[in-house]
Write a protein that binds this ligand. Structure first.
Ligand code: NAP
Length: 216
């Protein structure tokens, strides 16, 4: 029995799309939007109930991508990031080329190249790997998600602390990012970048205060 309602959107060609990291904060929303638009979606991740793959070893990537037209890479890593995001992207692109993927969409972060170290440096390098390859590509860069910042505050609050940093942020709703990604992967590869940010520039201190007043 179908677990979702398929709406065939007029004028959009329905295709097979692999969502790598399709179980994550962003990936599961992207998968849901694409399914609602009538595409055949394959969710790929280590613990996916559909297609278990591992970007670190390359395990089962070839089989999972077979027959797919396009791919959204929404994988992420808090540890072992170089291995997952840089080497994993190389493995993914090689498997994608083999499978005949005609659009590789990589999700990245607005301004990552301006902080050329740690996680942001790795994201900038991941973008570079995508730009240099043979598979047609688009990079969609987003600012931090509201949900991600809320999760950070929740974690910190367990230790009875709240980071009150006076740094500018412009968080965005993850559902808006998911819709932008769906629109972008349905279109032709741009061989370029596209950026999405929330409507308001504020500072992290203000957001922390608002979060505290709402969450108690
Ligand atoms: N979070 C933000 O605020 C934010 C803002 C801007 C851009 N982004 C970008 O958006 C993308 C997604 O971020 P997110 O926050 O949604 O990530 P997330 O919630 O941490 O999800 C990460 C996904 O990657 C999969 N994964 C991790 N290691 C893997 C491996 N070795 N092989 C295969 N799959 C693996 C995970 O599934 P398993 O554990 O089942 O493998 C999960 O589905 C990233 O490119 C990130 O840089 C995030």
């Amino acid at each position: 029995m179908a677990r979702y309602t398929v709406i065939h959107v007029k004028g959009v060609r329905q295709v097979k799309i692999a969502v790598v990291g399709g179980t994550g904060m962003l990936g599961r929303r992207v998968s849901a939007v694409l399914r609602r638009r009538g595409h055949e979606v394959r969710v790929l991740s280590r613990r996916s109930l559909e297609h278990q793959v591992n970007l670190v070893t390359g395990e089962r990537l070839d089989a999972a991508l077979e027959g797919c037209d396009a791919l959204v890479d929404a994988s992420n890593a808090s540890t072992n990031a170089k291995n997952i995001l840089i080497d994993g992207t190389k493995r993914l692109l090689a498997a994608g080329k083999q499978a005949g993927i005609s659009h590789h969409l990589c999700v990245s972060i607005v301004g990552c190249e301006r902080i050329p170290m740690g996680y942001f440096g790795i994201k900038a390098e991941q973008e570079h790997v995508v730009e240099q390859n043979d598979v047609p590509w688009t990079i969609v860069r987003a600012t931090q998600f509201h949900d991600y910042i809320a999760a950070m505050f929740e974690q910190a609050a367990r230790w009875k602390v709240l980071p009150l940093l006076k740094i500018p942020i412009q968080t965005v709703a993850v559902d808006e990012v998911a819709h932008t990604i769906a629109d972008t992967v349905e279109a032709k590869p741009r061989h370029g970048r596209l950026e999405i940010a929330g409507p308001e520039i504020t500072d992290a201190r203000m957001v922390a205060r608002t979060w505290r007043s709402v969450s108690g």
